[in-house]
Design a binder for this molecule. Structure first.
Ligand SMILES: Cc1cc2nc3c(=O)[nH]c(=O)nc-3n(C[C@H](O)[C@H](O)[C@H](O)COP(=O)(O)OP(=O)(O)OC[C@H]3O[C@@H](n4cnc5c(N)ncnc54)[C@H](O)[C@@H]3O)c2cc1C
Length: 282
């Protein structure tokens, strides 16, 4: 296997149903990345540019890790690739690094594939000397990933599943509400996951936690601030998730608008999937 080409897949493994971890040879990205940043990839020449959070990296060996959930055309094509194959295009690190620093007691919350995405943020916060309480959640136990790795970087770890098959039954926002109702206090909060989850956590934290950050998953096309597809309203200002984020102060996000914009291309995404399936390419 020639692993010296940027974008070569070093290893791909299934972590849970439809959730994969992919290790890529990408020395330029690995050498410059900080927690909270993402990369763009294209599977083939005609494919779309897809943003993925960089969840781990090794600056010396030159690899980065991404964790993705199969949701549509590009992510299904990614799963079809084998170790040793090369992605058409990789670029990064993109976006601003997460605002990690010495806050004191912090709570980090990840849901679904947001758990791997919050892992480097939790790790950086722990390295900065914060007391890190992590809440991680998934729909069901089979969909929960990165529990061991989150345990390593957390002083306390709380697990939730919607159906109660692992940890507490309920949402991550329920666990946060419970902690706050027991008098626990935090200086800062981070959340990464589904938009509804981040909004719910932000609503619970409002008035209780002075600093709260959320990493937004807006629909993105160019990833470098040219096209405007990933625009979001932050405290009455229009900003771009790719260059001004992806992390924003959660209390300033117009969540309703973000949720609506995420559904903008559902019809086209379905058509793309059906066309490729029809052509036997997936
Ligand atoms: C900064 C950033 C970081 C991201 N990091 C990760 C990550 O680490 N792991 C991961 O699995 N996904 C991540 N995403 C989302 C990922 O980019 C999309 O899931 C991907 O583009 C879907 O492409 P597709 O062709 O497979 O699906 P499509 O057919 O394009 O979309 C299928 C469905 O997926 C959802 N979707 C599409 N694009 C996005 C998006 N940008 N955000 C959220 N949902 C979307 C929509 O519901 C859509 O209907 C990130 C998004 C952003 C903006």
């Amino acid at each position: 296997m020639d692993i010296t080409q940027e974008g070569t897949i070093l290893e791909k493994k299934e972590l849970a149903t439809n959730i994969y971890e992919m290790k890529l040879y990408a020395p330029k990205i690995a050498g410059a990345v900080h927690a909270g940043q993402f990369m763009l990839l294209m599977v083939d020449e005609k494919g779309e540019r897809v943003p993925m959070t960089i969840v781990d990296w090794d600056k010396v060996r030159g690899w980065i890790d991404i964790v993705y959930q199969e949701v549509g055309t590009t992510t299904i094509k990614l799963t079809g690739l084998k170790d040793g194959e090369k992605l058409f295009y990789v670029a990064g690190p993109l976006g601003k690094p997460s605002r990690v620093g010495k806050f004191g007691k912090v709570v980090v919350i990840g849901g679904g594939v947001g758990v791997p995405a919050i892992y480097p943020i939790a790790r950086a916060l722990k390295l900065q000397g914060n007391y890190v309480v992590s809440i991680i959640g998934a729909k069901t136990s089979n969909a929960l990933v990165f529990e061991d790795r989150m345990k390593e970087v957390s002083d306390e770890l709380i697990v939730t599943t919607d159906d109660g098959t692992r940890g507490l039954k309920g949402f991550t926002s329920d666990a946060l509400r419970e902690l706050l109702s027991r008098g626990r206090r935090f200086d800062a909060m981070w959340s990464v996951g589904p938009t509804l989850m981040m909004k719910a956590c932000s609503d619970v934290a409002a008035g209780n936690i002075p600093n709260s950050f959320a990493s937004l998953n807006s629909l993105m096309v160019c990833g470098v601030g040219m096209c405007g597809a990933c625009r979001v309203t932050i405290k009455d200002k229009i900003l771009l998730t790719c260059v001004d984020g992806p992390e924003f102060i959660s209390y300033d996000v117009n969540w309703k608008e973000l949720a609506i914009r995420l559904k903008s291309y559902m019809r086209e995404e379905t058509v793309s999937l059906e066309m490729l399936r029809g052509a036997g390419k997936l």
